[in-house]
Design a protein around this ligand. Structure first.
Ligand code: SAM
Length: 321
C-alpha cells in the first residue's frame, strides 16, 4: 500500500543516494540455492544469517518474557530486502509482519516468497503469519502500516544490514528513528546490525590508503576524504563479491545513541559480531542450527584447492561483517 509523503526537513526523493542504492538492490540477480552454495562467500553469508537467527530469537524471547501470558507478536522488518528473514519470523511464531524496503524488485521477491510458502504450507509452517509490504525510502517517508492490533504498533522492529544507509544526513537518520519509534509499542525492542565504524577506521588506517579489503570485499573512501569527516554523509563504497557494490555511510555510534534517545529508544546492548558469534555458540538452539545452516564447514570440496591460500582472508571477511 501507499506510504506517506516526504517528511518536513528531509531531502526530496531525487536528492541524495537513495535512488543509487535502490537501483543497486533492484538490479541484484536472484541466484538459486545451487549457485549460492558454490559462491566464495557462501559460509560468510550463512554465518551472517546464523547470527541474525540468534538475534531474532533473542529479541522475540525478550519480548515474550515481558508479557504475563503468551500473546501474538508483531514485527516490523525495516529494509527487509528479498525477505531473507521470513523463515526466521515463521520459526519465531509471530502473528503479523510489516515489511518495508526502498527497492521495488526486492519487495516483489519478498512478497512472492511469502505467498509461495504460504500456499505450499496452507498457511502453516513458513506462512503462519499475516504480512503487509511497503515500498518506501524509510529515511524520507513516514511509514504507517495497517496493523491489525488496536495500538497499531509492533513489539519488535528489526533492521538487518540496512540501518547505516540513513546516516547520509541528520534528517534521514531522524526520519528512520522516528519510523522505528512511532511504530514500536512502549517496552518493545529495536534490533539493528550495522557495520562497525571503529573497525573500518582501524583497517583504513593500517592500509595507509583510502581503501582496504581483499579479493572478496573492498571498502573504498574518496581519495580526497576530509581529515575531519562529517558525522553524517561520510560515504564509502562497499563491495562484496556478487552481493553488494554500493555506497554506504559510516555510523558514528555516540551520535546514534544520542539521537535514538531523543526518539525514546534507550540503548540496552551493543556488541560486535565476534562477541555475538561466541554468545550464539553457547545457545543450544543455535548450536543445532550451526550444521543445518552450514555455518562452519570450511569450503565446498571442489573449491577447496583454489581457495586454500587465501583462506585467512575469507576469515577476515567474515569478521569484517
Ligand atoms: N535486511 C535484509 C537482510 O538482512 O537480508 C536485506 C539487507 S540488504 C544488505 C540492505 C537492504 O536495505 C536492501 O534491501 C535495500 O534496498 C534496503 N534499503 C537501503 N536503503 C533503504 C532505505 N532508505 N529505505 C528502505 N530500505 C532501504
Amino acid at each position: 500500500h501507499e506510504d506517506g509523503p516526504p517528511l518536513k526537513g528531509t531531502k526530496l526523493d531525487e536528492e541524495g543516494l537513495g535512488s543509487v542504492i535502490a537501483s543497486h538492490y533492484n538490479n541484484l540477480e536472484e541466484k538459486g540455492v545451487k549457485e549460492r552454495s558454490t559462491s566464495r562467500i557462501y559460509h560468510l553469508r550463512n554465518s551472517n544469517n546464523w547470527i541474525k537467527s540468534y538475534l531474532i530469537n533473542y529479541c522475540l524471547d525478550q519480548v515474550r518474557e515481558r508479557q504475563v501470558d503468551y500473546y501474538p507478536v508483531s514485527v516490523f522488518d525495516l529494509g527487509c530486502g528479498k525477505g531473507g528473514d521470513l523463515l526466521k519470523w515463521s520459526k519465531g511464531s509471530i502473528r503479523h509482519l510489516v515489511c518495508a524496503d526502498i527497492a521495488q524488485t526486492s519487495m516483489d521477491q519478498c512478497h512472492e516468497r511469502y505467498t509461495n510458502t504460504r500456499k505450499r504450507t496452507g498457511g502453516g509452517h513458513g506462512g503462519g503469519f499475516t504480512a503487509e509490504f511497503i515500498v518506501a525510502d524509510c529515511t524520507k517517508k513516514r511509514i504507517k502500516p495497517m496493523l491489525e492490533n488496536p495500538s497499531r504498533q509492533v513489539d519488535l522492529v528489526s533492521c538487518q544490514f540496512a540501518f547505516h544507509y540513513c546516516f547520509e544526513s541528520l534528517a534521514q537518520t531522524e526520519t528512520m528513528l522516528r519510523n522505528v519509534s512511532e511504530n514500536l509499542k512502549r517496552g518493545g525492542y529495536f534490533v539493528a546490525t550495522i557495520p562497525n565504524a571503529y573497525e573500518i577506521m582501524s583497517r583504513l588506517k593500517s592500509s595507509g590508503s583510502h581503501r582496504f579489503g581483499n579479493e572478496v570485499y573492498t571498502v573504498e573512501f574518496p581519495e580526497d576524504r576530509s581529515q575531519e569527516p562529517p558525522i553524517f554523509g561520510d560515504k564509502y563504497n562497499f563491495f562484496l563479491e556478487g552481493v553488494v557494490d554500493c555506497p554506504e555511510f559510516l555510523v558514528h555510534p555516540p551520535t546514534l545513541i544520542k539521537l535514538a534517545k531523543k526518539w525514546d529508544l534507550e540503548l540496552e546492548w551493543k556488541r560486535d559480531f565476534n562477541t555475538v558469534f561466541s554468545d550464539a555458540l553457547q545457545d543450544t538452539h543455535c548450536q543445532r542450527l550451526l550444521s543445518v545452516m552450514n555455518v562452519l564447514e570450511t569450503y565446498p570440496t571442489k573449491e577447496k584447492q583454489q581457495v586454500t591460500e587465501t583462506e585467512e582472508e575469507y576469515t577476515h571477511a567474515r569478521h569484517f561483517l
